[in-house]
Design a protein around this ligand. Structure first.
Ligand code: E4P
Length: 218
């Protein structure tokens, strides 16, 4: 499974990229607002750091303006993936951009029916929002399972299932078990994947025993 980080914070992205963990980045208007920085500058900076797809979201509600915004965003770098909302105009934009060779990420997906439409429109990524479904007492992970199962019926389909709105390490593990192609994860949750108390305990014991030997490898 590929790891994307879900952030517009360039410092967080650099830290993860440095460890070699990052396959891509997703942003959204809320994350851009949180960064407090100009949208186009942030996207350009992220694209310089990360080789993989960097999702940048259009903000207009209508097809014509979405296409104009997408043209501006695509111009920033070759690895920009245009994020469009799961609406009629969003899907129409997805179809046009995909036909033109552009990677499109269809966002705000909450049903298998919507995921079918995104795939039909040639999306490179479909983003089902697990956490927001869990928030309203619906099972977000079962949506991932459903979409993976449906897409598997059509081996020629190129759309990757991108598990989004992930809230913690367990979501990442369960998305991998369900067969999601990608998880987009807040930086904090990606770092939490490292943690296990037995790793810490074992390392402390190894360090203490090694010190007793008085040896040095270098
Ligand atoms: C995906 O691309 C979205 O940016 C993101 O995963 C939304 O997550 P949230 O529900 O935590 O805002």
């Amino acid at each position: 499974m590929k790891f994307f980080v879900d952030t517009a914070d360039v410092t967080e992205i650099k830290e993860l990229e440095d460890v070699g963990l990052l396959d891509g980045v997703t942003t959204n208007p809320s994350l851009i607002a949180k960064s407090g920085r100009p949208f186009l500058d942030v996207v350009a900076e992220i694209c310089d750091i990360v080789e993989g797809p960097v999702s940048a979201e259009v903000t207009a509600p209508d097809f014509e303006t979405m296409m104009k915004e997408a043209a501006v965003l695509r111009n920033i770098a070759d690895n920009v993936a245009i994020k469009v909302p799961m609406t009629r105009d969003g899907i129409k934009t997805c179809k046009h951009l995909s036909d033109d060779g552009c990677q499109v990420n269809v966002t705000l997906v909450f049903s298998a029916a919507q995921a079918l439409l995104a795939a039909k429109a040639g999306a490179a990524f479909v983003s089902p929002f697990i956490g927001r479904l869990d928030d309203i007492a619906q099972d977000g992970m079962s949506l991932i399972e459903d979409i993976v199962e449906i897409y598997a019926n059509y081996p020629d389909l190129q759309t990757e299932v991108l598990a989004a709105s992930i809230r913690g390490p367990l979501h990442v593990v369960q998305a991998a078990q369900a067969g999601a192609d990608v998880s987009t994860v807040p930086a904090k949750a990606l770092w939490q994947l490292f943690n296990h108390p037995l790793t810490d305990k074992g390392l402390a014991a190894f360090e203490a025993d090694w010190a007793k030997t008085g040896q040095s490898i270098l």
